[in-house]
Design a protein around this ligand. Structure first.
Ligand SMILES: *[C@@H]1O[C@H](CO)[C@@H](O)[C@H](O)[C@H]1NC(C)=O
Ligand SMILES: *[C@@H]1O[C@H](CO)[C@@H](O)[C@H](O)[C@H]1NC(C)=O
Ligand SMILES: *[C@@H]1O[C@H](CO)[C@@H](O)[C@H](O)[C@H]1NC(C)=O
Ligand SMILES: *[C@@H]1O[C@H](CO)[C@@H](O)[C@H](O)[C@H]1NC(C)=O
Length: 500
């Protein structure tokens, strides 16, 4: 998945281009005609090759199928804005993908569909636009049923259901098509929740969670914001059910904790994560990803997180998809909070594929490698290259730096040996690093693809001994292989001759 595959980062986007073709294509020449034909025309504006559009095309197609089956009056059409540039411009299309409902053939005043979560929400949205957007709850029995229906429901409590403010609630319900809405004026329900004035309650797992008191100045956007802000729990565990909520959150800074839930130490890290979340509600969305859940494999692959390297924490800015790695292996509240605040302040350092090649990288005894020059140096067939893979924030890593200087000094006169190190938190290298950092690997000359890991004592003498042994072994093995290859070729030749 490319980094710009945008909001389908977490979802499995198996998007086939085929689905694009099955939509009714609206063009400059047939758009006006379609408007006149259909009293209600729901139009999907998309760009076929953008990751964002592909997901919504699939959902839209599903919604189209369902509407057709229900013999709905609403007709659906799609505009490929890359092909139909003039049409898109004349309709003032700015957001892609987006949905608009054109009514009674009027192209100047469409209704904007709030978002494009799933085919089910598109359908609910259409449904709620037509009629009652919230269930009327008239007694406690009905209430019990309503609040038990879904994990999270929205309940509006109004002294008088004819008030103007109730309209604001209905409009909100119409826009937030992915949550159940109920409305009540029942006194018993007011007393049950110990509420006296007009209030919107978020009820989670049948228990009141957050409340918003309405005033005469409350407008729809206030309510939408309140609901969108608190609909998520402090920490949301990523899974098939929560994925779309996470991706469609109004909060675009996502703090991701990759962790093995069954491993020791989980509780402590999780608690620190949750405590930090409390302080940043509305600014940062806290998401936990359990690496022992096999279904999360694709997401981990996307983020290049290996289960051997957890816990790991990343910040992702969903506006530009830049990732930031927590520059620490401590996961206490203070470290987490400081990092988040630094990020929000624009001062965190992004995680890069490769740092730029440092000037003088090869003039010092220990060569400093980066993603861009790693392969050329390490897989050089004329050199024996020993590399320390380190994380700058790990004290265990840093403790090996003096040893590396010592090692470089030891091989100073030896032209065939390169002593190098690379910061793997800032540079992606294309080999499997199974162990945690720091790790040490030898890329022997003539046989560098062998990549021999070193797991002995972290002392000069044993490393030197290991290197000498492996360098010799690589030479003899390579020679043997060469021998076998020659023998094989000669046999082949002989066989051909015999046949002749
Ligand atoms: C597009 O925007 C222009 C300028 O704001 C306006 O005059 C025009 O009527 C709009 N067209 C549509 C179809 O909304
Ligand atoms: C609650 O209201 C519903 C719908 O108005 C009604 O059918 C039901 O009998 C009521 N239940 C009680 C216990 O009053
Ligand atoms: C998670 O931790 C458990 C217990 O330590 C271990 O058995 C399991 O292999 C781990 N899972 C992964 C994916 O690392
Ligand atoms: C996230 O990215 C957007 C777009 O590049 C940028 O405007 C915004 O400042 C970024 N947010 C943070 C907290 O860095």
């Amino acid at each position: 998945m490319a980094a710009h595959c945008s909001r389908c980062v977490f979802t499995v986007c198996v998007c086939s281009l085929l689905c694009v073709c099955t939509l009714d294509g609206l063009t400059k020449s047939n758009f006006e005609w379609a408007l006149k034909q259909h009293n209600q025309l729901l139009v999907h504006f998309y760009a076929p090759l953008s990751g964002q559009s592909l997901g919504s095309i699939l959902e839209f197609r599903e919604a189209a199928g369902a509407l057709k089956e229900a013999e709905s009056d609403v007709r659906l059409g799609g505009v490929d804005v890359k092909k139909e540039k003039d049409l898109a411009a004349s309709l003032n299309v700015t957001r892609i993908p987006s949905l608009r409902l054109y009514l009674s053939g009027n192209k100047n005043n469409p209704v904007y569909c709030p978002d494009l979560k799933s085919s089910a929400t598109i359908l609910t949205w259409l449904e709620r636009r037509k009629g009652q957007s919230a269930n009327i709850i008239s007694n406690l029995t009905q209430l019990e049923k309503f609040i038990g229906e879904e994990e999270l429901v929205v309940l509006g409590l109004f002294k008088d259901l004819e008030e103007d403010i109730v309209k604001v609630f209905y409009e909100t319900a119409a826009d937030i098509a992915d949550l159940p809405f109920g409305v009540t004026g029942n006194d018993e329900i007011f007393s049950k929740y110990e509420i006296s004035g007009d209030t919107v309650l978020l009820i989670r797992k049948s228990k009141p969670d957050k409340q918003f008191e309405l005033g005469s100045s409350t407008v729809k956007t206030d309510l939408v914001q309140f609901i969108r802000l608190y609909e998520m729990e402090l920490v949301t565990e990523y899974n098939g059910e929560t994925a779309s909520k996470i991706l469609n959150s109004v909060v675009l800074n996502h703090f991701l904790l990759f962790i093995n839930k069954t491993e020791e130490g989980f509780e402590e890290t999780y608690l620190a994560f949750k405590t930090t979340a409390e302080k940043l509600r509305g600014k940062v969305l806290f998401v936990m990803m359990d690496v022992s859940e096999p279904r999360n494999g694709r997401v981990m692959e996307y983020f290049r997180v290996r289960s051997e390297e957890v816990p790991q924490i990343r910040m992702v800015n969903l506006s530009d998809h830049v990732q930031y790695q927590l520059p620490s292996d401590k996961f206490d509240t203070q470290t987490l909070l400081e990092f988040c605040l630094k990020y929000l302040d624009g001062k965190a350092k992004p995680k890069l594929q490769s740092e730029s090649i440092p000037e003088n990288w090869d003039t010092q005894p220990v060569k400093e490698l980066v993603g861009m020059n790693f392969e050329i140096v390490a897989f050089n067939h004329n050199k024996n290259v020993i590399v320390l893979f380190y994380a700058p924030w790990s004290s265990e890593s840093r403790a090996l730096f003096p040893l590396w200087e010592e090692l470089a000094e030891h091989f100073r006169e030896n032209e065939d040996v390169v002593v190098a190190k690379i910061d793997v938190t800032a540079n992606d290298v294309n080999i499997h690093l199974r162990e945690k950092y720091p790790s040490i690997k030898l890329f022997p000359a003539v046989y560098s693809e062998r990549v021999v890991p070193y797991s002995g004592k972290r002392k000069l003498k044993p490393i030197v001994t290991f290197m000498k042994k492996e360098i010799e072994k690589a030479k003899t093995d390579k020679a043997k292989e060469e021998e076998r290859r020659k023998k094989y070729l000669n046999e082949q030749k002989a066989a051909v001759k015999e046949e002749l």
